[in-house]
Design a protein around this ligand. Structure first.
Ligand SMILES: C[S@@+](CC[C@H](N)C(=O)[O-])C[C@H]1O[C@@H](n2cnc3c(N)ncnc32)[C@H](O)[C@@H]1O
Length: 284
């Protein structure tokens, strides 16, 4: 019997892909035995207590029912930091690291000191990754969702970045006072069309709908963010927004119509046009 419950046999009998099974088992070992991930190999003949085994079975069932791994283990790595995540907040995606990279390039151009705005911060991913990588920046991060802001606040505290990352609740620029200006505005807003079948598939089924879709054609949040940017950017300030793989032409067009200059598109690691950026040369 105990043979059947050794880590080795539990993992090899798991119907989950091995990578996922190992992530969940590492979580169980950390929670119940304070063991590091390496124990998956070094303790592979270990027999789980009935309590730990119950949790393993429960996590495995939830994953088989489709719940995202990041929610099950409560964390996700993003641009060199570890973020606490829970239902109610979007799980940060690797492609969003491109926005962080664009922000960091601009911060370097400004010699390290910059005021940055992250609109729709969710878990705080973009704001906290930037503040972590650029020690002189001050970041304002907003979200409409109080649940998201609670999680972002927890992350700011865990990463000891709360002194440089201010969190404010409100809809896009309404969260800010009129005279606030930034050097950089970054945003990964909800941009999935409400007709997109992906909303009913995979991890997306478990993520907050208001983080995924604008409940319209996918462009309305991008439009609001781009239209308002110049009023909140310093002269020559940069705005960069993430968008869907097929929205690049529309977003570039929105930026040009708004009067932003130096409009550029940026490719993600998969080669998709994923981010558009532009500058406020209006001197407002
Ligand atoms: C795609 S998620 C991005 C979260 C995070 N920035 C990231 O990249 O992981 C979009 C975020 O925008 C927020 N949001 C949606 N509508 C908003 C609005 N009108 N004003 C402010 N934030 C909004 C959602 O709550 C969600 O946290």
């Amino acid at each position: 019997m105990s043979q059947e419950l050794s880590l080795r046999s539990l993992l090899s009998d798991s119907p989950l892909p091995q990578g996922e099974a190992r992530l969940l088992m590492a979580y169980v070992l950390e929670k119940h035995y304070q063991l590091p991930r390496s124990a998956l190999l070094s303790h592979d003949d270990m027999v789980l207590s009935s309590e730990a085994n119950l949790q393993w079975q429960s996590l495995q069932s939830k994953r088989l029912a489709g719940e995202p791994i990041a929610y099950l283990i409560g964390k996700r790595g993003f641009h060199g930091i570890e973020l606490y995540v829970a239902p109610g907040v979007l799980i940060p995606r690797p492609e969003t690291e491109l926005l962080v990279e664009i922000g960091l390039q601009e911060i370097a151009r400004l010699h390290g000191a910059a005021k940055v705005l992250d609109l729709g911060t969710g878990s705080g991913a973009i704001a906290l990754a930037l503040a972590n990588a650029a020690p002189q920046v001050l970041v304002t991060a907003t979200d409409q969702s109080s649940k998201a802001l609670d999680i972002a606040k927890t992350n700011a505290q865990l990463l000891k970045l709360e002194a440089r990352v201010q969190l404010i609740q409100g809809s896009w620029y309404k969260a800010l006072s009129d005279d606030t200006r930034f050097d950089i505005i970054l945003s990964n807003p909800p941009y999935i069309s409400n007709l997109d079948p992906h909303l009913g598939q995979g991890d997306l089924r478990f993520e907050p709908i208001s983080a995924l879709t604008d409940h319209g054609n996918g462009l309305s949040c991008l439009e609001a963010i781009i239209a308002g940017a110049q009023a909140y950017l310093n002269p020559n300030g940069l705005i960069a927004v993430e968008h869907g793989y097929d929205q690049s032409d529309a977003v570039v067009n929105l930026m040009k119509i708004t009067g932003l200059s130096d409009v550029q598109t940026h490719l993600d690691l998969a080669g998709h046009r994923r981010v558009a950026s532009g500058r406020n040369t209006g001197g407002q």
